[in-house]
Write a protein that binds this ligand. Structure first.
Ligand code: SF4
Length: 336
């Protein structure tokens, strides 16, 4: 059965930080938050869910950093939906330095599916440049507290932050796995107007990644997560009007199918690793895991065209093989 989140965006509430990339109002697409609207919002979302397993997701800000009483009231409201069986659990996104013993003691009373930690980087240099206001050790401490309380957590990380290299990002992905995260999100850095990053871009102190660079860097970190068996929650920001609005979007890698591009790139690497001189000029069949044909063929058949051109492959066919998983690929000659 398919899963869906019922997002409840809480923009910037309680957040005294000023991360260089952040314009939460732009990302969440909502200017304000009214507690009294939350139940109505959940009810109308539930009407559209058609039997999907749903979680209520407190996203957009730093949920465990908001006013305690409000946080508890919101969790109580969400828990009522869990008790009535209409949603399966609660998730929330927050900063690593907003996880403490006190917070753990509160949140562990609720049916939490996952806490999403905005880790962004595990390099203190990159975190300082991004003005995150926390360190890599804060993240290690938060992960330890969540692990000890047996609360599953997801690691959100960014690629292309100012001063961040591909190596920094591979290290971050590895650390997220080693800290015991169960799932992950990868966000290529996008520059929104009105942010400090927009100023840095205008002054020439920051150059955003191109879409191709973001795909390449994200595919590297995705391979780390896949090797450790973590579940992918999302790659790239949710496509929204704001990302296409001249008023808000300034620069950076935005593509409506960022996740598909990244997964296609990973498949292409796996396919190329299987190819040798004997395959040149042949017609080939690639077996891929169930449901992965479109990802393996690449966005708009990009991988197919690339393979035809680079290896002179005459005919390419993709087969589903339920015995394969992840990004596994098997290659054989196509018998016509
Ligand atoms: S902590 Fe989150 S909400 Fe606060 S400024 Fe940073 S990214 Fe934005």
């Amino acid at each position: 059965m398919s899963h869906a989140n019922i997002p409840v965006f809480i923009p910037h509430l309680g957040c005294p930080n000023d991360c260089v990339f952040c314009d939460q109002r732009t990302i969440s697409g909502r200017e304000s938050f009214r507690e009294e609207d939350v139940a109505t919002q959940i009810e109308s979302a539930l009407e559209t869910m058609c039997g999907k397993v749903c979680e209520i997701a407190f996203f957009g800000g730093s949920f465990t950093g908001i006013d305690r009483e409000l946080m508890i009231r919101l969790l109580d409201t969400a828990e009522e939906y869990v008790k009535s069986g209409r949603v399966s659990g609660i998730r929330m996104s927050t900063r690593p330095d907003y996880i403490s013993d006190e917070i753990i003691n509160i949140i562990k009373r609720y049916t939490l599916t996952e806490v999403e930690l905005g880790i962004q980087s595990m390099s203190d240099r990159v975190l300082a440049t991004a003005r995150r206001g926390h360190t890599a050790d804060d993240t290690r401490r938060a992960a330890k507290l969540l692990r000890e309380a047996e609360i599953p957590f997801a690691g959100q990380m960014m690629v292309g932050l100012p001063g961040s290299s591909g190596e920094d990002e591979l290290y971050c992905a590895g650390e997220i796995c080693r800290m015991g995260a169960s799932s992950y999100r990868i966000y290529p850095t996008v520059v929104f107007r009105g942010t400090c990053l927009a100023e840095m871009t205008r002054r020439g102190e920051y150059s955003p990644l191109t879409v191709d660079e973001a795909v390449s860097r994200s595919s590297e970190v995705l391979c780390v997560f896949e090797t450790h068996g973590l579940r992918c929650l999302r790659i790239g920001l949710q496509d929204s009007e704001n990302l296409h609005s001249e008023e808000r979007y300034l620069a950076g890698p935005v593509h409506p199918a960022m996740g598909e591009l990244v997964r296609g790139e990973v498949f292409l690497r796996h396919i190329e690793a299987q190819l040798s001189a004997e395959h040149m000029g042949q017609s080939l069949v690639f077996s891929v895991p169930f449901g992965k044909i479109s990802a393996a063929a690449g966005h708009g058949g990009k991988n197919k065209s690339y393979l035809r051109e680079k290896y002179g492959i005459k005919k390419i066919k993709f087969n589903e093989d339920a015995a394969l998983s992840g990004f596994e690929v098997r290659v054989a000659e196509l018998t016509l």
